[in-house]
Each structure stands twice: as C-alpha cells, then as structure tokens.
Design a protein around this ligand. Sequence first.
Ligand SMILES: [Fe+2]
Length: 385
Amino acid sequence: MMKIVKGPYLQRPTMDSMTIMWETSERTFSKVEVLQAERIHSGHQGNYKQPEHIIRSITNETSALIHEVTIDNLEPSTIYFYKIYAGDSVEGGPFPFKTAVRSGESFSFAVTSETGGYSGFDSTDGQINRNIFKQMSRYRPDLALFIGDVVDDGQRYEDWEQYFFGPGKELFHSTPVFSFLGNHENQGSWYYDFFAFNPPKNYYSFDYGDAHFICLDATDFIPSETYPHLNGQLHCVNPQIDFLLSDLQATTAKWKIVYFHYPPYVSGGYQVEDLRVLSPFFEQYGVDLVFNSHTIIYERSHPLRAGQVDFEQGVVYIVAGGAGAMENWLLPKREWHTSQAVAVPHFVQVVVTSDRLEVRAIDEEGRLFDTLQIRKSVEGKKSFF
Ligand SMILES: [Fe+2]
C-alpha cells in the first residue's frame, strides 16, 4: 500500500521559492498544491483558518521514490500552506511554510547536531533527540541547521528515519533544513539523495535575510585515513578553499556564518586543531560565527583572532554538539579560548537583526543556559555582550 515514508520536508528557501521533498514507499508521480494562508482575526487566537483556496498546483508525472518539487514566483517573507499527494489516495498536509525574509527583516534559526553520533552511547532510546526537536519547535525557527552526525551510519538507509527524519518530522514539515557530511554520515549516498543543496552538495552557501551561510565539508579536508590531520596542505588549488574564498569575497551580507563538522577550538576531546588553518580566512573576511560539532558537548569560544582573544574583531566558535551529554569528553579544566562550556543536551537559537545577532543556548528541558549578543555598527565594528 502506498505510504509517505519521509516528510514532506522543506529545502532551499529563497525570497520567491521553496523546495518540498518527500519519500514514498512505491514509485509514483510528484504533486504539490500551494494554498493561500488566511488569518483569523476574531477570537483570542491569532491563527490561520483551514486553508482551502488552491493558488498553485504542480505535478511531475515522472515516477519517483524521492520527490523534489520547487515552487517559484512566491512573495517574500510570506506564509503559505502546502499539500502533497502520493498515488491516488494518500495526501500529506496542509502544512505552513514561510518564504525567506527580505534584507533588513529579522529572522531566527536553530542549530543542533549529533542526533545520530550520540546514538552509540544513548541509553534513553532516542528520548534526548525527541526532547531537542520538541524544544526547537517551540521556538518556531525560520531555518534549522544541523552540524553533522545526524545519523549513526549514513550508508544505512534505516538510520535516516530513525535518528533524523523520524524525530524531526513535525519540525521539518514547516522548517527548511540544512545539514552536511559529518564523519558518521560516512560519505553515504543517501545524503546526496535526501537533500536538495546546490551542487556539489557536500559544500554550499546560501543567503537568508541579512545573513550569508557557508557550509564546508570537513570530512573532505580531513578524510578518515588522515584524521585528525589535514589531507596534505590546504592551498588555493583545493576546490573547496577556492569556493570559500570566492564566496567570502563576493558576499555583501551583513552577517557571515560558517559551519562545518570538526571543531578547531574545544576544551574537550576530538578537537581538530589542524582546521585552525581556516581561521585567517574567517578573520580576513569578517566571519561572525562558526558552528562545529563532533565533540558531544556545548562550547562557546571567546571572540578569537590571530590565535588570541580579540573583543574588537574576533570570530566566535560554537560547538553545538546537540545531543550534548558526554561530560567525560570535557578536559579537566577550560582552555584559554573557552568562554562557556557545559555538557548538556541542547540546541542553539540565533536571532538575526540588521544590527545584532542574539545567540541563546537552550537545554532539552527548555532552560536557557548561555547567551551572547554581537552588535555591529554601520562601519562594521563589532561589540560582544
Ligand atoms: Fe563527528
């Protein structure tokens, strides 16, 4: 019997488009309907009524198991609803989505990771993952970023449902999701099948509001054969370094946020110091935040520049090892670069406005346990609070 086995989930949000993906148990056509969102202004809840008015219907007759449909010509910063269809009798939705905000408009994103990387140690049968996804949903992020190791073994098909698409199902119906290759993704081809990032997919960048996001593939810089050391010297003939530099040179976005798996700065096990070779690029081009995971704890660095604490122009590194519970992975004492570090399951909420970034770390019970504000003047001068 035909079933929707993953999703629907959202990919590649832009100001005028959204990509919707889902997987079916049998090969079938791909069909999406976009419905107009209508607010109810009476009563005590500001909400949307059950959408009925279809404003777009897209059908791709090519039979598929993993479906990908892009809806374009939408309005920016606008809520719509969508439904998907599988075969003649199965439908999913309606679920809301929101197109990307315009420059100057605030938005928020949520960051976590290790939903699968922690699994080998997890005696709670996935409860930590479910708690983290529930807390992320409460904060209604515009985007969800995962810093890798979302599965235990990315080559195993079942893992993607068990650790990621299953516990994330409700969140992913309405929140565009980004991830990349951690070591646990294990170069699995499912990563390339399940995500709709721009080619080559293992690294990419995108704009959202006033922020520019760059995703790097740390497992390409440091493959398992040379871990924790670089695969030779990084220089400008490395296509990923070429991409990073030309991308940083080209962007005019106010905020620059980079994310990759292995942490160059963490006061715990699994620090990959060789990746500090990337820091001069981040410093030169004014990157504000770097997100890493791999070490299953939370850690935020001081602003760092040229291997020192620098509260004028430093780059802040955050290890958002979401499942977060490996206390014995922390060193006995903090390092010179550590501002805050604690081993608790968590996610990180970032609110982006035109002149500040608000960073909050929230545990699996919804408790706030760390905050940071970065303000930036029109001239680009940073202040940290
Ligand atoms: Fe990892």
